[in-house]
Unconditional design. Structure first.
Length: 179
């Protein structure tokens, strides 16, 4: 499955791509915002893929969640994913990572988010999509806001990251506010 945005294209990640996804998520410039040094040391492939279960790579089970490459001119610059669809509450959470510093700040993330949100709202008739970012990553918060998300709250000292407790910013996007 491919989804086309203004600057990017989203391409479904398959089982054969999982090794590269693991490398991007744990060893790229962007990985510094997902896992700190201690977490990366403990993040074996086996442990990583307990969280990123088979459903994320099986397009036959779309309600289980799914991962997509963020493609720019045939190059994989990042990953965006949605988690299992909460059918009762009509919502899901999304995650995104841009791998290389050279690809950050170019609007690829915002375009990927808008493209995925369009798909999710249309395909699953969701009411809400939400995302979180650590407060020490203002670039991410800005990208999410650029994509239309609104701050909903701060989760105080939610993560122990790089040796200290860090707040998380939760942002949401309602169907009625999505243009």
């Amino acid at each position: 499955m491919n989804l086309k945005g203004k600057k990017i294209q989203l391409q479904a990640i398959t089982d054969s791509d999982k090794d590269y996804f693991y490398t991007l998520a744990t060893q790229s410039d962007g990985a510094l915002f997902w896992y700190d040094d201690k977490q990366r040391e403990k993040r074996s492939k086996k442990a990583f893929f307990r969280d990123w279960h088979e459903g994320y790579f099986d397009s036959g089970k779309p309600k289980a969640g799914h991962c997509f490459w963020i493609m720019v001119a045939e190059e994989k610059v990042g990953v965006i994913a949605y988690n299992a669809i909460d059918e009762h509450n009509q919502k899901t959470e999304i995650d995104i990572i841009i791998g290389s510093e050279k690809d950050m700040g170019k609007g690829y993330g915002s375009d990927a988010i808008q493209t995925l949100c369009h798909y999710l709202f249309d395909r699953f008739q969701l009411n809400k999509i939400w995302i979180e970012a650590r407060a020490n990553n203002p670039r991410a918060v800005k990208a999410y806001q650029k994509a239309g998300f609104k701050k909903e709250g701060i989760l105080k000292e939610e993560d122990h990251f790089q040796g200290k407790f860090i707040d998380r910013v939760r942002l949401g996007l309602l169907r009625k506010d999505f243009s």
